[in-house]
Design a protein around this ligand. Structure first.
Ligand code: 13P
Length: 288
């Protein structure tokens, strides 16, 4: 298959009370592990790519890797720009062949965020490319993007209603208290806010910073309208811990495949567990 339809799959998740995994890719092994995990779980999966990961892998390599994985896969696979920081980045991703994009105008005043997101939707929708927007500011560190905790703000339901109706985004990352990277204490998700935003928008909502949120909170958030959950840090941790342990135990190893293959196996397991948690196992639609 080629890339699947983001809008169709994320909407299905929203309507049926599960969430699609947006799993960030960092290299070849991540792509292979994530798609293997999705196949093992018979789950759709979104390969999320940050601008930092694109700079590391190269735009053309990124698309080629993801496209090869999608063509071979027996489950729907999508390639999604994570936290697109400008209209120009979106154009680059669209030209290169991404199947959906996120435009992150959350650092802008509301009206400017709306205008930027509108421009992106006007570019993307006629091309069949779906768009995620962001409202409120999600704190923490996501590759090149760091938002100091003091600058993080939660999304307001009335702004969310205006944002969604003015832009026509297909999914909304509304800040409800999660953060990218490692949490210092237990994350405090604002579930009442989530309920109000869902009521105000009736649009699939996205939970960023999905690593380190207790399972029961993830499940609760999904029951309240989260239809896409973004995960990166916990796979990076699993990957690196495996490499570190293996090299410590076997200091003479010099063939990268000897530590990259076990690291790939490790993320396959963390991704499988996450896809099960999201309720997306055995959710492959035949029409996408
Ligand atoms: P984590 O790295 O905290 O899992 O968050 C990933 C993310 O939200 C990517 O947009």
């Amino acid at each position: 298959m080629g890339f699947a339809s983001f809008r169709t799959i994320v909407r299905d998740a929203f309507e049926h009370g599960y969430a699609v995994g947006h799993i960030n890719i960092n290299n070849l092994e991540f792509v292979q592990a994530i798609v293997d995990a999705a196949e093992a779980e018979e789950a759709p999966v979104i390969l999320g790519v940050s601008e930092g990961a694109i700079k590391y892998m190269g735009l053309d390599y990124t698309v080629a890797l993801a496209r090869t994985a999608a063509e071979r896969a027996k489950v729907p696979v999508m390639l999604h720009l994570d936290h697109g920081s400008s209209f120009e980045w979106v154009v680059r991703a669209v030209r290169a062949g991404f199947s959906s994009v996120m435009i992150d105008g959350s650092h802008l005043p509301l009206e400017e965020n709306i205008r930027l997101t509108q421009r992106v939707v006007e570019l993307c929708h006629p091309l069949g490319i779906d768009v995620e927007g962001e409202l409120g500011r999600i704190g923490g560190t996501d590759d090149d993007l760091t938002v100091d905790e003091r600058l993080a703000t939660l999304a307001r339901p009335e702004d969310a209603e205006k944002f969604v109706s003015s832009t026509g985004v297909d999914a909304l990352a509304a800040a409800i208290g999660s953060a990218h990277g490692r949490y210092k204490g237990r994350p405090q998700l604002d579930f009442d806010r989530l309920v109000a935003i869902r009521r105000a928008t009736n649009t699939p909502l996205v939970l960023h910073g999905g690593s380190g949120i207790p399972d029961e909170d993830v499940v609760r958030a999904i029951s309240l309208g989260i239809a896409k959950v973004n995960i990166n840090t916990e796979n990076q941790e699993a990957f690196t811990a495996t490499v570190r342990a293996l090299l410590q135990k076997n200091p003479d190893v010099y063939d990268p495949r000897k530590y990259l293959a076990p690291a790939r196996d490790a993320i396959k397991e963390t991704v499988r567990a996450k896809l099960r948690l999201l309720g997306s196992s055995h959710r492959v639609l035949t029409s996408v």
